[in-house]
Write a protein that binds this ligand. Structure first.
Ligand code: GRF
Length: 203
């Protein structure tokens, strides 16, 4: 399935997806890496890997609608069927999300529905949870909401800082995002009544 990855920065999850998609029989091919920031470090990795890249600086557009129209055109012209958000720091409107319904997935660094939004590791430590992690989910207009495809849990250790916890969660992210992409692109994941059914996989 022709897949685009949208990033805004470092792009370590994008890298994990690109690397996974190199495996023979992986059901997604990464056709495009797109950033809303020209200085996103991940763009260099993608270009070096021979993947088409695009930059759409959101500030160049007079409105969210204009930005999203350009984004939509770029994706459709590239024949994209599936979008992976990987540290893409722009909220997508209801209209955009509906236009790509069940064809946009995101990774969030918490066990949703806990800790939507930013600074998740700091908030997990402040709350005193013993288990933290990451979630890959289908995107809905509500931020960090939508049917959950897979989650990766990590322990919170007594001496954790938000940095040490972030490292452990990021390692889980790099494991679960390729798995989620393989399920979605391989049509093993289906949304029924806003829950994900995984076919032929242990539940
Ligand atoms: C990750 O923690 C991801 O879960 C969140 O933003 C961060 C992006 O990191 N949405 P990277 O750009 O993939 O390295």
């Amino acid at each position: 399935m022709k897949t685009a990855i949208l990033i805004s920065g470092r792009g370590s999850n994008m890298r994990a997806l690109v690397d996974a998609a190199r495996e023979p029989d992986f059901p997604a091919s990464i056709e495009l890496v797109l950033s809303n920031r020209a200085d996103a470090a991940g763009l260099t990795y993608a270009a070096d890997a021979g993947i088409a890249t695009a930059v759409l600086p959101h500030r160049d557009y007079e409105s969210r609608e204009a930005f999203e129209a350009a984004l939509d055109t770029t994706l459709r012209e590239a024949g994209i069927e599936l979008i992976c958000l990987a540290g893409f720091m722009r909220l997508l409107s209801d209209e955009f999300v509906e236009g790509w319904r069940n064809r946009v997935i995101n990774i969030h660094p918490s066990l949703l529905p806990a800790f939507r939004g930013l600074r998740t590791h700091e908030r997990a430590l402040a709350t005193g949870v013993r288990v933290h992690g990451a979630t890959v989910h289908y995107v809905r207009a509500e931020m960090d909401d939508g049917p959950i495809i897979v989650q990766g849990a990590v322990p919170v250790l007594a001496d954790d800082t938000s940095e040490s916890l972030a490292v452990r969660v990021l390692a889980a992210e790099h494991r679960i995002y390729p798995l989620a992409l393989s399920w979605v692109a391989g049509r093993k994941a289906r949304v029924v009544a806003e829950k994900v059914i995984l076919e032929g996989l242990p539940t």
